[in-house]
Every structure is written in C-alpha cells, then in structure tokens.
Design a protein around this ligand. Structure first.
Ligand code: UD1
Ligand code: UDP
Length: 368
C-alpha cells in the first residue's frame, strides 16, 4: 500500500485539498495522511470542520503578525521529523503559499516525490503576488507530478521546459468543492439584510497590498457607499490584524457595511451566489466567481488566472482609489456592461478534478 501525505496550512489550500483527501481516502490502494502546518489557525479549522476532516499532524506554527522567515523556519524544522517518521511515497502540496513552498522543499530534502496540485499558474512578476509567484515557481522546480488546472497552466509549464509526461490537466479542485457547498434554498441573517439592495461582497488580504493600496481600496468603496444608497457591503474580514487596522480606520462611521468574521466556506460560496458583484484581491475567488456568473473586480495589477479575464467575469482594476471607484460605479450604472460580465462560464473544470488526480497517482505508482 502506498503512503500519500497531503501537506497544507491555509484556508484556500484546505478548501481545495479537502475534496482530494476524500477521494484518496476512498481508495484502498492508499494510506492517506494529512499534515497541516497551521499557518492559519481559526481560518483553517473552519474548513476542516465543514469537511469533517481531522489532521493526523498539526505543526501549529501560526503566530500573530508572522513573518515569512518565521513561517519558513518553523515548518521546515517541524516537518523534517514527521517526514522521517512517516517516510511517505509521495507528498502532495497545493498552490503557492509559504506552506506549499516549504513543504515541497522539505520533501525534496528528504528524497520524497512531490505532487503539486494547482501547478503552472504564473504572472512572471516576482513582486506580484508576493511572495506567491516565487513560491509556485520554486515548487515547480522540484515537482515530480504536475496537476495543472487548465491548459494555460500546462502551457506555462511546457514553456519552462517541464516534461509533458509529468503534466496532467485535471481542472481545479475548487470546482469540486463548489458542487458541495452551493444550496438553492440558502438563507442567512446577513443575506436577508441585503435582500433589498445591490450587495457587494468584499475581501482583501494580499501582503503586497497591506498599507496604502488597501487603504485606497477601502476609500473607493466608502465613496460608493456614500453615493449609491441602494448598495450594501458585506465584508468577512481576514484575521490578519494588519488588515483589520486599515479597515477600522477607513470604515469608521460608514453606513450600510457589515464587517463580519471570516465565513465558513459554505456560507461564503452562498454569499457569493447572492451578491451583485465581488471586490477582491484573492486568488481562489477568481476561480469560483465564473461558475456562479458573478462579476469580480480584481484589485491587483496582475493575475495568474487569465482564463477568468478571457471569459469576461474578471476585470483587473489595480489598487488606485480613483480607478477602483470608477469601475465599481460603471458596473452599478451600466446595465449592459454588468450583464456582459455576469454570464456563468466554467474555465476551471467540471467538478471531477480530484478523481483525475487520484487516477493519475494510481497510474504513476503502476508505472514505476
Ligand atoms: C496566506 C498566504 C497567501 C494566501 C492567504 C490565504 C503566504 C505567505 N501567504 O496569507 O498566499 O493567499 O494565506 O488567506 O503563504 N491569522 C489569524 N488566524 C488565522 C489566519 C491568520 O490570526 O486563522 C493572522 C495572524 O496574525 C497571522 C496573519 O493573520 O500572522 C497573517 O497570516 P499569513 O498566513 O502569514 O498571511 P495571509 O495574508 O493569511
Ligand atoms: N473564503 C471563505 N470565507 C471567507 C472568505 C473567503 O471560505 O470569509 C473562501 C473563498 O470561497 C475561497 C478562499 O476562501 O475559496 C479564498 O481564500 P483567500 O482569499 O483567503 O486566499 P487566496 O485564494 O487569495 O489564496
């Protein structure tokens, strides 16, 4: 029996790995071990609870206002012992966080094969997103099995000289997760509050946006709230105290905005489905919105998810106050433009990505 260890640590990694854990656990050819780094704490356990999964190992590394170096040191040191004890045949990491990079590095140092779920996303700008662009490129230097969500991701890997026989286009497991979360009869006290208005759902957390760029985003939205009385905003705010400081500063005494604790993924997906538009600097939300047909104004200068832009759902609006303000206003007053961005399309898969990944792993072990 082959031993597979999944290693992840933040909310988005968990949302996209949990469907895969369930598929792997259902396959008797594998012993499946789950190791969480705990880079996130509350936001990670929210996801594990929803999927009713428990980690076999929890490195519990999170500290308030943690630095990139601290995250890296703690994970590398603690993971070494676990990899030595368990000696898995394959480790699986996801995406582009510090956890992904350091877990892959620990696997490489230990001589263990690495599978990268959501491989091949690129902006080719090391500063944007920071440090994620470095993390994903670094993981792909030492990956043995690339699970690319789209053909574009596969093309990026091929252009970099990765071997075609190691790359598998699977779709994104986030679409698998969406199949489980969206409910037509969903109700919630906050969505009821926003029923009679145009609901804008807001999230923001990127490291490179902390400070003035984030202040610009919030100021743009504040102006919109002051000008458009039929708009309400729900903002499930990231746990990062640096984000909370800026939000508290800008949104003090602003009406028709509810700043609430992070939502669990079932709530968040259903809030998305009920919103008029989404404002975010998040990565994962850019993949979910196209399936739901919800326009997203991406408050960043680059995106590694060009498929959503090509599909018409996403628009890059940068981080300048005036531009964000104008783009939101445009979608509020220009019905034709709004409808153009609201078509449901699905460039990120059909909800069967986890099954394809498991089949690929079965074949990988059969071949070696
Ligand atoms: C991390 C990832 C980012 C990913 C994001 C998803 C890195 C470098 N960054 O960024 O790629 O997009 O997660 O949300 O890997 N905190 C809590 N409780 C939690 C989670 C966070 O209190 O459950 C606070 C802590 O003070 C922590 C801070 O938030 O120090 C920042 O967390 P961190 O994981 O370093 O950065 P994120 O911005 O969440
Ligand atoms: N999400 C959630 N609750 C929230 C906000 C977001 O469950 O309050 C989900 C969202 O649906 C998406 C993921 O978290 O699947 C995105 O995570 P985040 O924006 O933190 O990270 P990124 O995708 O930018 O790495």
């Amino acid at each position: 029996m082959k031993k597979i260890m999944l290693i992840f640590g933040t909310r988005p990694e968990a949302i996209k790995m949990c469907p895969l854990i369930n598929q792997l656990k259902a396959n008797t050819a594998f012993e499946t071990i789950v190791c969480v780094t705990g880079q996130h704490k509350e936001m990670l356990s929210q996801v594990m609870d929803i999927f009713q999964l428990k980690a076999d190992y929890d490195l519990s590394i999170m500290r308030s206002r943690q630095t990139l170096s601290r995250i890296a040191i703690d994970i590398l040191e603690r993971l070494e012992k676990i990899l030595k004890k368990e000696n898995p045949d394959l480790i699986l990491v996801h995406g582009d966080t510090s956890t992904s990079f350091i877990a892959a590095l620990a696997g490489f140092y230990a001589g263990i094969s690495v599978g990268h779920v959501e491989a091949g996303l690129r902006t080719y700008n090391m500063q944007s997103p920071f440090p994620e662009e470095f993390n994903r490129q670094a993981v792909d230097l030492i990956t043995d099995l690339y699970f690319a969500p789209t053909n574009t991701a596969q093309d990026n890997l091929l252009k970099e000289g990765k071997k075609l026989e190691k790359i598998f286009v699977t779709g994104n497991t986030v679409v698998d997760a969406l199949q489980m979360t969206i409910k037509s009869n969903y109700e919630n006290v906050h969505t009821r509050w926003a029923e009679d208005s145009k609901l804008i759902l807001l999230t923001a957390h990127r490291r490179e946006n902390l400070g003035q760029p984030m202040r610009n985003m919030f100021r743009a939205l504040k102006r919109i709230l002051q000008e458009f009385l039929d708009v309400k905003v729900i903002y499930p705010i990231h746990k990062n105290p640096a984000v909370r400081e800026i939000a508290n500063e800008v949104f003090v005494d602003v009406e028709r905005i509810r700043i609430i604790e992070p939502l669990d993924v079932v709530d968040f997906h259903n809030f998305m489905a009920r919103s008029y538009l989404i404002l975010t600097d998040s990565g994962g939300i850019q993949e979910e919105a196209p399936s739901l047909g919800k326009p997203v104004l991406v408050m960043r200068n680059t995106t590694e998810r060009p498929e959503g832009v090509a599909a018409g759902t996403l628009r890059l609006v940068g981080t300048k106050e005036e531009n964000i303000y104008k783009e939101i206003k445009n979608l509020l007053i220009n019905e034709k433009e709004y409808q153009k961005m609201s078509r449901a399309v699905n460039p990120y898969g059909d909800g069967h990505a986890s099954e394809r990944i498991v089949q690929t792993i079965v074949q990988y072990f059969a071949d070696i």
